[in-house]
Design a protein around this ligand. Structure first.
Ligand code: PMP
Length: 333
């Protein structure tokens, strides 16, 4: 909405600006060279990412946001005859991609507290497995050993682990990449690195998997990551201290907000992401959504079975979260 200045807690953006080094790098890249196409291999960015994750550049595939990479993965790794598995409550793009690319899928119900149905995911015989870890919109995360079990049970298909929110306290599966030739991990710079506007994400996996993604990309658009995005993203990955400082701030605000929301009678799941999934016994989520909007605060409500009495609230600054809690208190009184 453009008609007023909202507190925006609805799309899990980071409330803090990107590293000053990112802005410097983008400014330095803004010049005559923009007449030239970017490096399709994103060499400096891949090198920085490989160093950051302790992998080789052949194990890194950058793209124009992780949504694009997910779309490439659905095209590269799955075929129409074997159903892909993903949970019934997860990132809404997975069923969209499956349908759009003509793939069959089976949505496995999460448990009563939205926990991952491990036994179902470890049954084998799937055409692929797609997981967000931490899951969205619940915020719940799997332990590394559970991911390992899923990988072992699905050795003959690709397991995509979407770690969009992993930097806010969850365990990453990146360390499992050398041991599993069926694992693809996807990261984004949109959340922990405050760069949703730059559109950069990346996949990590063994070289044959990354080569398949290159095949799909080069059949559609070789130059997915532009010059300014490559420059800014490389600086963001290199500024490790800034990442740590900002994620710690968000996690501290998450803990502080949980206390306050609990005092207001909200129930929520244990979140290892930069959002909370909250519900209240006395007011419906939709009433709260509309009430907050009137007070100038945007949060996310999903009109889907099982989760239609929950709100997903992104973690903002301490001041924004205080404003949220004050508004919620007024709506509840
Ligand atoms: N995966 C998950 C689980 C997400 O929530 C999002 C953000 N909406 C994305 C991927 C896509 O992020 P981006 O395209 O900004 O990298």
């Amino acid at each position: 909405p453009k008609d007023r200045n909202f507190i925006k807690l609805n799309t899990n953006e980071n409330p803090y600006p990107p590293s000053p080094k990112v802005l410097e790098a983008i400014r330095a890249a803004t010049g005559d060279a923009l007449r030239l196409y970017p490096d399709p291999e994103c060499t400096p960015l891949r090198t920085a990412l490989a160093e950051f994750h302790g992998l080789t550049p052949e194990m890194v595939f950058p793209g124009n946001g992780s949504d694009e990479i997910l779309a490439f993965c659905f095209q590269a790794f799955f075929d129409p005859d074997r159903a892909i598995l993903f949970p019934d409550v997860t990132y809404s793009f997975y069923p969209v991609y499956a349908n759009y690319f003509g793939l069959t899928h089976r949505q496995v119900p999460l448990g009563e507290d939205f926990e991952m149905p491990l036994a179902e995911l470890c049954r084998g015989g799937a055409g692929g497995v797609v997981l967000a870890n931490p899951n969205a919109p619940t915020g719940r995360a799997l332990e590394l050993e559970d991911i390992r079990a899923i990988l072992e049970a699905n050795r003959d298909c690709v397991v995509l682990v979407d770690e969009a929110y992993v930097d806010f306290g969850a365990q990453s599966a990146v360390g499992l990449i050398p041991a599993f030739d069926n694992l693809v991990v996807i990261h984004t710079l949109s959340k922990s690195r405050s760069l949703a506007g730059l559109r950069v994400g990346y996949a990590l996996g063994q070289p044959h998997l990354m080569a398949a993604l290159c095949c799909v990309r080069d059949s559609i658009n070789s130059y997915t990551v532009d010059r300014l995005a490559q420059a800014g993203a490389t600086a963001a990955i290199e500024d490790r201290a800034y990442l740590q400082e900002m994620t710690e701030r968000v996690m501290a605000t998450r803990a502080r907000s949980q206390v306050r929301l609990q005092e207001l009678g909200f129930q929520f799941l244990p979140s290892l992401s930069n959002f909370l999934f909250i519900t209240h016994p006395e007011k419906t989520a939709q009433e709260l959504l509309n009430g907050l909007r009137e007070k100038g605060i945007l949060v996310r409500w999903f009109n889907h079975p099982r989760i239609d009495n929950y709100l997903r609230v992104s973690i903002g600054t301490d001041e924004e979260m205080d404003a949220l809690c004050t508004a919620l208190q007024e709506l509840l009184s």
